[in-house]
Each structure stands twice: as structure tokens, then as C-alpha cells.
Design a protein around this ligand. Structure first.
Ligand SMILES: *Cc1c(COP(=O)(O)O)cnc(C)c1O
Length: 367
């Protein structure tokens, strides 16, 4: 056993380290601008959101009611009538992606999953776990899927259902696959068995708030979507949402007697605090609040591109993206600013805690 002062010292050290790192956190898409101190008292209990949030549970200390509100809000944002919507708060974007592909495979067991080479690394893992047939499609220079390659590849496999994992904001360049074009490609070939899962980890909380979004939502053909909670919303605990149509989930539902729940989620016991966190953030800021937060972040991204370019560094970003891509700087700069390097590029992501002054500091270091 350690003495309590020694334990305290270690906690203090870790806290100092986190506080210090926060000041240089510029490369990962996590909004650090939050205050959840009102929720601290809830750490004294052991709530659990086991099971389907839309059914009663025998485990009564839960935040299912708030979870349903969160899902309702995301249904609105994703243009899915609440009466047709089903979803739950996940452990993060990966679980939401897995849920979407799981549903797709249950609906079309013979289907082939198409995804671009810029798709998040979770996709390949998920496809292996689910043993789902899949084909990787080329990407364009900006990170968007190559529609010609998609068309040709689907043409060769016309006899099997099409499952597309569309990127609504790629990890490295914030590129958005055009879901209308994807639909067109499938329709042109008269393929009627189609499922589109949208990986909208970051941009799922951006596109609903901009004036001229790329096509997104269930009205343009999403069948399921995954959005991270610790990214644009901001959360001390990784989390996210999986959202889909009620009718799809009915196919996989099983009732589990001893917890008195419908077993429709991937995890059994689920984090009730993350549902509370997302609910609190959405209540506190409101959608209008997030509209200004998101648009300010986009302005800072535009500012960052300008600043880099003025200094002779060829930075760029995709439309409606807070991900500013530029040539990978020296390793000590990558480390200092916690930039995410990939091949010969790196990116700065202007999440809400990134100010123009912070951008100036990063640019100055890159010169
Ligand atoms: C971050 C991210 C994910 C995974 O999210 P986690 O919450 O880290 O599991 C999936 N897709 C994209 C495009 C991402 O940027």
C-alpha cells in the first residue's frame, strides 16, 4: 500500500501534465472547451445504461431518459423523423461504425462493403471482426472517395447488395464523400439492395450547422450514422452516438430476462455518465450555441489556412472542415503541438479551444 501523500503526489503530477498538454493540444479533433463540474456529484453513484434506451430496464439507476433526448436531437440534426429513429450512446465513433456495419451485414449478409482508402482505421478492423466481404476503393487527392473507381468496382459486383461506408469528414483531411453521387452510381446500375452507413465522427456535428453543407442525413440516403461525442461536443469520457432506423434494429433485437431489457446494443453495461454529459452539453449550449461554436471554429480554420499561406506554407482544407492540412513539419514540432502526422502531411484541427493566437504560435514554429 502507498501512503496517501504519495498517491496524492502522483495524482497532482498527472493533473499538471494534463493541464500542460491541454495548452498544446492542436492536432486531435477533441473540443477541450467544456465545463462539466455540475456533473461531479454523479461520480458518487453507479448508474448503468444497460440495454435498449427505448425500453424499460430492471436496472433503475440509469440515464435512459436523457439518452433518448440526445438521440432525438441527433435524429433532428440528421433529418430522421423521431418516430422512425432508434439509437444509443456508444463508447465512441468506432462502436457506432461497428453497429452500422453490423446492421448492414444482418440485412444483406451477401453484401459487399465498399469504403475508401481514406476511411478511418476502425473500418478494416470492424470488417475483419464481422467477417464482412469488402473492397477498398481509391481516394481522390483531397481524401474524397474516387467515384469512378467506385462505379467500376460496383459494376463488376452487380449481383450482390451494395453496402457503402461513406466518410462524412475523413480523419486526415476532413473530406466528405458525396452521398448523392454514391446513390446515383448505385441507381444507374439498377441495384436496389443498398445500405449506406455514414462515418460522421467529427463532421456529423459540423454539417448541420453550416449554410451550405455537402449532402448528409437520412433524407439523402443514410441508413445509419456514427458521430463521436468527445470530438465536437466535447467530453472528458470518449463517447458517441449510433443512430439508425427503428425497423432495422427490430431485426437484431433479443429480449434478455434477467436485466429486463432488449439487447439491441453492442455493449451490455453502458456508460450512463457519457449520456448525461452529452445531454448536459446539448442543453447548456442548445443547437444555436453549437451553431456559433462550429462557425467560429470554421472561421479560425480559414484564418489558419491564410496565415500558413501568407508565410509560404501550402496549407489547405476541405469545404466545411476544421482540419487544416499542411506539409509535415519537423518531428519536434509534431510532438510539441501533438499534431497527427500521416505520410508527408500533418494537420491542425481548429476545435473550439483553438484560438487565433494559438494558430499564430503553431505557424511561427513551423517557419
Ligand atoms: C475519430 C474518428 C473515428 C473513431 O472514433 P473513436 O471515437 O475514436 O472511436 C471514426 N471515424 C473517423 C472519421 C474519425 O475521425
Amino acid at each position: 500500500m502507498q501512503t496517501s501523500t504519495r498517491i496524492q503526489e502522483q495524482l497532482d503530477d498527472l493533473l499538471r501534465q494534463f493541464a500542460e498538454l491541454r495548452e498544446r493540444s492542436t492536432g486531435y479533433p477533441c473540443n477541450l472547451d467544456f465545463d462539466y463540474s455540475a456533473l461531479i456529484p454523479f461520480l458518487s453513484y453507479c448508474p448503468n445504461n444497460v440495454g435498449d434506451p427505448f425500453y424499460d430496464s430492471n436496472f433503475q439507476s440509469n440515464t435512459h431518459a436523457m439518452e433518448r433526448e440526445v438521440i432525438g436531437t441527433f435524429a433532428d440534426l440528421m433529418h430522421l423523423p423521431r418516430a422512425e429513429a432508434w439509437g444509443y450512446v456508444t463508447s465512441g465513433g468506432t462502436e457506432g461504425n461497428m453497429y452500422g456495419i453490423y446492421l448492414a451485414r444482418e440485412i444483406f449478409p451477401e453484401g459487399v462493403v465498399y469504403f475508401s482508402e481514406d476511411t478511418h482505421y476502425s473500418a478494416v478492423k470492424i470488417l475483419r471482426v464481422l467477417k464482412a466481404r469488402n473492397i477498398m476503393i481509391k481516394s481522390q487527392e483531397n481524401g474524397e472517395i474516387d467515384y469512378d473507381d467506385l462505379r467500376e468496382t460496383i459494376r463488376i459486383n452487380r449481383d450482390v447488395p451494395v453496402i457503402v461506408m461513406a466518410n462524412i469528414g475523413t480523419t486526415m483531411t476532413g473530406a466528405v464523400d458525396n452521398v448523392n453521387k454514391v446513390r446515383e452510381i448505385v441507381d444507374d446500375q439498377a441495384i436496389s439492395q443498398v445500405y449506406i452507413h455514414a462515418d460522421a465522427a467529427l463532421s456529423g456535428m459540423i454539417l448541420p450547422f453550416v449554410d451550405d453543407p455537402q449532402p448528409f442525413g437520412f433524407d439523402v440516403g443514410f441508413d445509419s450514422v456514427s458521430i463521436s461525442g468527445h470530438k465536437m461536443i466535447g467530453s472528458p469520457i470518449p463517447c458517441g452516438i449510433a443512430l439508425t432506423r427503428k425497423e432495422f434494429v427490430a431485426r437484431i433485437a433479443r429480449s434478455i430476462e434477467y436485466v429486463g431489457v432488449m439487447d439491441t446494443t453492442l455493449a451490455g453495461s453502458r456508460n450512463a455518465l457519457s449520456a448525461l454529459i452529452m445531454w448536459y452539453a446539448l442543453q447548456k449550449h442548445g443547437l444555436d450555441g453549437y451553431r456559433s461554436i462550429v462557425n467560429e471554429s470554421l472561421e479560425v480554420a480559414a484564418y489558419a489556412v491564410d496565415r500558413f499561406n501568407e508565410c509560404g506554407i501550402p496549407a489547405w482544407r476541405n469545404k466545411n472542415s476544421v482540419t487544416v492540412v499542411f506539409p509535415k513539419p519537423a518531428p519536434d514540432i509534431v510532438r510539441k503541438w501533438q499534431l497527427a502526422p500521416y505520410g508527408d502531411i500533418a494537420h491542425l484541427i481548429t476545435m473550439p479551444h483553438i484560438t487565433r493566437e494559438k494558430v499564430d504560435q503553431v505557424v511561427a514554429d513551423c517557419l
